[in-house]
Every structure is written in C-alpha cells, then in structure tokens.
Design a protein around this ligand. Sequence first.
Ligand SMILES: Cc1ncc(COP(=O)(O)O)c(C=O)c1O
Length: 386
Amino acid sequence: MTDRRRQQSLVAHDEHDDRHYGAVHVPVYDSSLFTFPSVERMERAHAEDGYVYSRGNNPTVRELEVKLAAMEGGERARCFATGMGAISAAILSIVRAGDHIVCVDQAYGPTRNFIGNYMRRFDVQVHFVDGSDLAAIEAAIGMKTKLLYLESPSSLLFELQDLRACAELARRHGLKTVIDNTWATPCYQNPLAFGIDLVVHSLTKYVGGHSDAMGGVVIGNADRIGELDRNELVLLGSVMQPQTAALIARGLRTLPLRMERHRIVGMAVAEYLESLSFIDRVRYPGLPSHPQHELAENQMSGYGGLLSFEAGMDRGKLVRFVDQLKFFRIGFSWGGYESLVSLQERAEIGQDRPVPVVRLYAGLEEPADLIADLAEAFRSAGFHVE
Ligand SMILES: Cc1ncc(COP(=O)(O)O)c(C=O)c1O
C-alpha cells in the first residue's frame, strides 16, 4: 500500500521547472494546438508523443496524469471529461462485438446501464453478479467473457470485492479487470498492486474535491493505456480541458489531507448512527459491524466520508428527516467539502416494496455540528433520540 505521507509530499511538491519560468504551479496551457518552427520538429513531436493537438496531449492535463499515475502506483494515466468518459473508454478498450462481461451488481447505475443496455447494440452480453461471492463470479465466467468489472466499495451499499482473489481468478480465466476506485481514492486503496489491470476514478468526487469540476481518469500499465490513448481517448474525444485539469490538480494537492479529515468525520457520523436504537443498519466498511470489515482492513488503508443507513420502511418519515437537515444539503454527488444527503432505495428479496436507504456524505465540517444536525432532524421527523 502506498505510504500516505509520501503521497502528500508527492502531490504538494514539484521540482523547479525552467520550462515554466519557475512557476510553482503548472500554468494552464489554454491552447487547442501547438505549432512548430519546422516540419522536422513537428514530426519529432508526433513520434515522441509530444504536444501537437490538445485532443491528444496537453501539458496541463499531462501534469495531472503523471501525478495520478504515481498516486495509484501505475505506469500511465489518461484523463477524460468525466468519470463516465473514463469508465466507458476503459470498457470499450477491452471488449469487442460478441464478447461477454461479468459485472458486479452494485456498480454505479450509469455504468450498469452502459454495460447492460448500451453495449447490447454491439451484441455484448453481461452477467451481473454478487461481488462479495467469488464462487458466483467464477460461475458467471464463460467462453466469451473478456472483462470482469468491479467497484469496491460500491457507492450505496458499500459492498466489497476481494481484489486479490478477483485478479487471480481473472488471470486464470484470461480476462481483464477494471475497477472503479472512486470511493477509496488512491489514498486508501491501490488495486493495481493486487493485479487489477485498469483503475478508473471519477475525479469529480474527492480528487477534484471542491464540487467545481468534472473529470475522470484511467490508470494502468503503459501498453494498456497506450492502446486506449490511440483509440478510445482520441477517437471518442471525451478529453479533459486544460482549465479543468488545473482545478483538479489544485484539488489533488490536498487530497491526502482531506481524506484524513473525511476518515475522521465519516467514522464519527457512522458511530453516532450506529448508537441509535431505531436505525436498522449502518453501511460503512470502517465499522467493525460491516459484514466485510475484515476484508476492508486487509485491502484498504482508510475509509472516506460516504455511508448509508436504513431505518424502517416508512419512507415519509425519512423524507421529513432529510428535509429537516441543515448541514447536509440534498444532492446526489459527494467528495466535495460540503456534506450531502440523498434518499435512495434498494430492492430486497422477499419484500414487495423497495427498502428506503439514506445516503449521507460527511464533508469537511465539524463532526459535532453534523451530529447535532442529524439528531435535530431525527427528532423533528418523529424518531426517538435520547
Ligand atoms: C462510484 C461512481 N463512479 C463513477 C461516477 C461517474 O462520474 P462522473 O459523474 O464524473 O461521470 C460516479 C458519479 O456519481 C460515481 O458515484
């Protein structure tokens, strides 16, 4: 696992760079193209993967890519306009018409939609499986399977996959593996070290960290990223803008520090919720009560601020609770400085109605303020808080 103190130095420190007159932060190269004094220089730039046209390479974007690759312990990274841009490119770089994908059933909704519906246009079939069940994953693998798609922890129910075991299984069956590592960030989990082929992140979340920019990244070895670079990045063109790269690079400077804070605040909120008698279940991999806590401790080095809980089937009461919250603003994303809440649901076998699930994102505010806010909103909604 990457040392977190080293990671903070990595993101905070740049060497003196004469190319930028010693500017401490890489300037925004707001240029769609780069010109040359001679044909020979242009041909050299092409051959050396230099800066020719910003849909391919841009110095501001590349600076961010180099740091993200180092944070994940990967050889190369390529940034995209959004997390979905990165996810769809990673999948398309591996799968061909007629192939089969095994995907964890708790993957992010639009990812499931892309794999399960959109990819049908190319006759790509999928099996969605319980990612916590290695035997179920293996049973779903067939002759045409090319990709095992993982997301660990998932972002509503926080289910984990055993990354070492999944990588080993995939290798044995000749499949490639892709993981969405957005929840853990490169600070708390480095899947490439377990043998996973490609790591994707939505940079819109913790890495950007300020809810003011969208982006995505794919990280892996030089061959895999090189192929994706020549095809899915440049041909589909979902590239990151240099201004966005500068914003995300600024967020990255404090990522390890912020994650440390989210770890503390997230745990405080999770423990508070778990102390309340009317709460049926708190879902947070950092809690010893999480059914996969041991696995989490084994493959992760920390936990962020996103968690969920269930408190009965009375959706109306939970709507009142959510409406009363002041610090937790109602919204769907996470990873910024601001605490957020959303009311979602999950299907339960044997239940005819979906179970309401409240997802909370603990931002950078004081834990005491967040806990007081939760207590007050529970009381107003008619829950019994001591
Ligand atoms: C776990 C996860 N992965 C990927 C994405 C997609 O990222 P983006 O919105 O940047 O496309 C999201 C967005 O919410 C997410 O929650």
